[in-house]
Design a protein around this ligand. Sequence first.
Ligand SMILES: Nc1ncnc2c1ncn2[C@@H]1O[C@H](COP(=O)(O)OP(=O)(O)OP(=O)(O)O)[C@@H](O)[C@H]1O
Ligand SMILES: [Mg+2]
Length: 234
Amino acid sequence: MLLLETELISVSHLTMEFEQDSTPLKVLDDLSFDMHRGDTVAIVGPSGSGKTTLLQLLAALEQPTGGTITLNKQALSELSPDQLADFRRDNMGIVFQSFHLIDSLTALANAALPLDIAGQSMAVARAKAMLEQVGLGHRMHHYPQQLSGGEQQRVAIARALVHQPKLILADEPTGNLDEKTGKRVADLLFDLHAQSQSTLVLVTHDMTLAKRCKRHFWLESGKLRLVDNSALLT
Ligand SMILES: Nc1ncnc2c1ncn2[C@@H]1O[C@H](COP(=O)(O)OP(=O)(O)OP(=O)(O)O)[C@@H](O)[C@H]1O
Ligand SMILES: [Mg+2]
């Protein structure tokens, strides 16, 4: 089994270009930054600026067209698909913007999935506890289509956190939630981050949430710019 601790994630000259109607579209243009274990990083910026694309690259779900991402000096691009799958399973929790729940599984089975795949006992008990924490104790046996958007989002969050990952990538984790539920979910995210000393990368349009991170990057026109707290409008 491959176990890379996420002590240091280095993004170096990262570029992502899509081909659209034979016109190249450069979404990320030569980005470089480091994240250390325990960091909390918010990525903010206009719709369509490439935030989700950047998270997909950090999760190694897409290959960049240029540059590298290294974990403790190990380039992600040099890992085999199997090694990457192992790494994601053991170390990463990903909250997708569009949830990516499995329709044929109940909320509970979805939330237990990372532990099930890893063959861990206590998968169901821990998934139950996590669903309770996101306020879904009363919806464990519902299927995704029987849940509201915000409920599906909370199942996705429970699933992303249930195995206490060292790297949490969250794309608009509170985007579909009312203020009170959003705060509850954000509290959970930051509590778990603090407990496990994980690295948290958060994409959000919610500046109150962004401000809870130690560092904030503004992504626009392919470029990433470090901004301080006071520059984030609420
Ligand atoms: N597979 C693809 N092929 C072509 N273009 C793509 C592809 N994926 C993303 N894009 C384009 O890249 C740009 C950035 O998309 P992305 O989803 O990363 O934006 P975003 O910052 O997450 O936006 P939002 O805040 O709306 O979620 C968009 O203009 C999108 O059309
Ligand atoms: Mg997005």
